[in-house]
Design a protein around this ligand. Structure first.
Ligand SMILES: Cc1cc2nc3c(=O)[nH]c(=O)nc-3n(C[C@H](O)[C@H](O)[C@H](O)COP(=O)(O)O)c2cc1C
Length: 310
């Protein structure tokens, strides 16, 4: 294709210049032809994109279609029940509820209820009366001065920084309204978590964001100040999570804004690592001692830990 293009474009280029020179072709027609030929030559001789080098000019269509592919997929191909992680049906329901319009749409019939991997809940044939009090679980044993009555469903750990300020505030408002807790994630306790008075579980990861010494270790005084906040109901030590099982994590310099740095206790605009393991302890006994230390510093709140198994 490249060789054919070079032959055709060279011939066209020479013919266009000759015809224009002898006044057989107006300048308004000659110039667009010249631009197209030169663009093709640039494609054919550049070394960065193989597709453009092998298919000069035509290769641009590939990039054009690629750029509109998500829209084509979403508007023309995706069915109501497709889409990951949430189908169009579920997304529409969320939009309807967010706008306070009718949210009772019977979309169940669009699902393939008899397929072997269909997962669902069937209601009991013996109707029960509605329980007005939501079931709760007491977290905290005899050594906890401030046990917490936790809801069964809560908001999993997602840090400020990975989520925007508005998302953090919206989730916390939901936690307050629904009587469940929001886990801060390892990115520390931000002012946005405290704006809407929803219950908080403060997660402490291996980088000790928000309770960290200059060297990146655990700072008991910083921890004590924040952990005693009334809205913080429990503390979670993060050992690992499913997406990063024992790998730690990286906060890229470009995402480390002054605001995020201030909340996390780090230098802004620098790359900061969450190491694979904790520096404050190194074995199971150390973990238990850390739990005891945090419980005392927090004024007797429940301390748990998160790890992934696989
Ligand atoms: C944007 C985002 C940020 C997350 N940040 C953390 C985090 O800071 N700490 C953590 O333990 N897990 C974090 N997770 C993992 C979630 O808490 C949760 O364990 C994971 O998403 C699996 O639950 P899911 O299947 O309901 O998504 C994060 C997940 C997402 C999507």
């Amino acid at each position: 294709m490249r060789n054919q293009f070079l032959i055709i474009a060279s011939t066209l280029l020479i013919a266009t210049i000759t015809l224009w020179f002898f006044n057989f072709l107006p300048l308004g027609v000659a110039i667009p032809i010249l631009i197209i030929c030169l663009l093709g030559f640039r494609d054919a001789f550049q070394k960065k994109h193989t597709i453009l080098r092998n298919f000069p000019l035509l290769g641009h269509f590939r990039y054009l279609f690629e750029s509109v592919s998500p829209e084509i997929q979403q508007y023309f191909i995706e069915r109501n029940t497709d889409g990951r992680p949430f189908s169009r049906n579920y997304r529409s329901l969320v939009y309807q509820r967010a706008k306070n319009v009718n949210d009772t749409s019977p979309f169940g019939t669009q699902l393939e209820l008899n397929s072997s991997n269909y997962e669902g809940l069937r209601h009991s044939i013996y109707a029960k009366s509605v329980q007005h009090e939501l079931p709760r679980i007491r977290v905290g044993g005899t050594e906890c001065k401030k046990p917490y009555e936790a809801s069964i469903l809560n908001i999993s750990a997602m840090s400020f920084g990975s989520l925007s300020a508005n998302a953090i505030m919206a989730l916390n408002a939901a936690a307050s309204k629904g009587g469940f807790y929001q886990n801060t994630g390892e990115g520390g306790l931000s002012p946005y978590h405290l704006k809407n008075s929803g219950d908080i579980v403060w997660q402490i990861g291996t980088a000790y964001f928000g309770c960290r010494t200059k060297e990146g270790g655990f700072d008991p005084e910083e921890f004590k100040k924040k952990a005693q906040h009334d809205q913080v109901k429990m503390i979670e030590i993060k050992l690992s999570q499913g997406a990063k099982p024992g790998h730690g994590g990286v906060l890229p310099a470009s995402k480390n804004s002054p605001e995020i740095a201030n909340i996390r206790g780090i230098e802004p605009h620098t790359e900061v690592h969450s190491p694979p393991g904790h520096s404050h302890f190194s074995d199971a006994k150390g973990l238990l001692e850390f739990i005891k230390e945090l419980r005392e510093l927090s004024g007797g709140k429940p301390i748990g830990f998160k790890l992934c198994l696989g």
